[in-house]
Design a protein around this ligand. Structure first.
Ligand code: UT7
Length: 321
């Protein structure tokens, strides 16, 4: 697997912590101290699929490939307006990829979606099922969080990040995907309509987004640090050999705990959570694109991706860029 190009897009609207404290019992001081977040970009009068297509188009341009060179499109997304058709098929149309020989599918591995999908891409490329894959991670979390719940709504932002991968290299040095079934720690249910044949008893409808923040925090720090060490060791390397640790941008304190645990310097842990908040599965590819375009990530660098989220899932991948 080789990453040929990266792209990203964020919505126009910037929402600062002070703007949130106008309608929520919160403060810039609380949010900054507990999470590191100062502001986030929030989707307003934009179409989510356009945001996703913009990131995809930028990744395609950077890859140097033509739209019809793409023979698989995979999207990572937790929830959006369209339950069906898939976001990946909408992106196919927006990019003018004619098909029909370009299958599309959406994957939901929560905030670990990018790492899970990268692993999937690696497998599809290795078996020759695909040659050039467009992977787009796009999230509009702010459209489904509970805006009355100050403990969760202040954490999130919206974004899209994309990569084009091809089967021209040996980028994947190691990977580890895990899941421990714990639906209670982060849960959001679709408000499904009842059928004419049911009483509705025992079915919890119209539930809002719920999260046990402290539990997620604790599990994230422990699981991510262990998985990162495991993957690096299995590749015959040490954390010192890794040039960049691109971690899920959920909370600066989580990133800091993992960094301290690994005994690595700040420079190796770029962040954007301060200005983007937690953008779910878009957070890692968004960060990757920012670092590549700023020239801080160069060809030949060793990059560790790590993310965690609802499930409870974790995904870790080590690549040579
Ligand atoms: O992609 C994965 C998604 N999830 C995560 O990554 C979440 C991981 N967890 C976290 O980031 C942290 O647990 C939080 C930032 C969510 C919360 O930080 P915490 O230090 O664990 O705070 P807490 O939940 O224990 O709450 C402490 C206090 C409570 O008040 P009392 O009970 O001590 O009086 C909360 O009611 O802070 C209160 N609080 C707030 N106060 C002001 C909760 N949210 C807010 C808020 N503003 N926005």
């Amino acid at each position: 697997m080789k990453i040929l190009g990266t792209g990203s897009a964020v919505p126009r609207k910037t929402v600062t912590n002070d703007m949130l404290s106008e309608f929520l019992d919160t403060s810039d001081e609380w949010i900054s101290t507990r999470t590191g977040i100062k502001s986030r970009q929030i989707i307003t009068d934009e179409r989510f699929e356009d945001l996703a297509a913009k990131a995809a188009s930028r990744a395609l341009d950077a890859s140097g490939l033509a739209p019809d060179d793409i023979d698989y499109i995979i999207c990572s997304n937790v929830a959006n307006l369209y339950i069906t058709p898939t976001l990946s098929s909408l992106i196919q149309g927006a990019l003018g990829i004619k098909g029909p020989n370009c299958p599309t599918m959406d994957v939901n591995a929560a905030c670990a979606g990018f790492v899970y999908c990268l692993d999937l891409c690696d497998a599809l490329l290795a078996t020759g099922r695909a040659h050039n894959i467009l992977l787009v991670c796009a999230e509009e979390v702010t459209r489904f969080v509970d805006w009355n719940d100050r403990a969760s709504c202040v954490l999130f932002g919206d974004a899209a990040g994309a990569v084009v991968v091809t089967n021209g290299g040996d980028d994947m040095l190691g990977h580890k995907m895990t899941c421990v079934p714990m639906p209670e720690v982060i849960v959001y249910c679709n408000p499904m309509e009842p059928t004419p044949f049911e009483t509705g008893e025992g079915i919890d409808r119209h539930r809002t987004f719920e999260m046990k923040g402290r539990e997620v925090f604790r599990m994230a720090v422990t699981a991510a640090a262990n998985d990162i060490k495991d993957v690096i060791a299995k590749a015959g390397l040490t954390p010192d050999d890794v040039d960049h640790f691109l971690l899920h941008q959920a909370n600066l304190r989580i990133i800091e705990s993992i960094r301290t645990n690994l005994g690595q310097p700040h420079e190796k842990f770029p962040t954007n959570v301060e200005r983007c908040g937690n953008t779910s599965s878009a957070s890692v590819p968004l960060l990757l694109d920012e670092e590549v375009r700023a020239g801080r990530i160069k060809r030949g660098d060793t990059i560790l991706f790590s993310a965690f989220g609802a499930g409870f899932v974790t995904g870790t991948a080590l690549i040579k860029y």
